[in-house]
Ligand binder design. Structure first.
Ligand SMILES: [Zn+2]
Length: 64
């Protein structure tokens, strides 16, 4: 393999490695029951339903 003429500068290496560390925004869809945003393929955090049936007990008001 041919030799590289210049080594990759430290700044370029570090910049490349730093480009992928941030987390993106969480994808949400609207809950068909309560119309609150929820994560797709997850039970709704607000009403506790998934696919039209209750799968998680819902507390009235989370303490704290
Ligand atoms: Zn819901």
């Amino acid at each position: 393999m041919a030799n590289l003429k210049w080594k990759t500068p430290r700044s370029k290496t570090r910049s490349r490695r730093a480009a992928n560390w941030k987390l993106g925004a969480v994808t949400t869809v609207q809950c068909p029951q309560c119309h609150q945003p929820k994560r797709p393929h997850f039970a709704c955090a607000n009403c506790g339903t998934y696919n039209g049936r209750q799968v998680v007990k819902v507390q009235d008001e989370p303490a704290g």
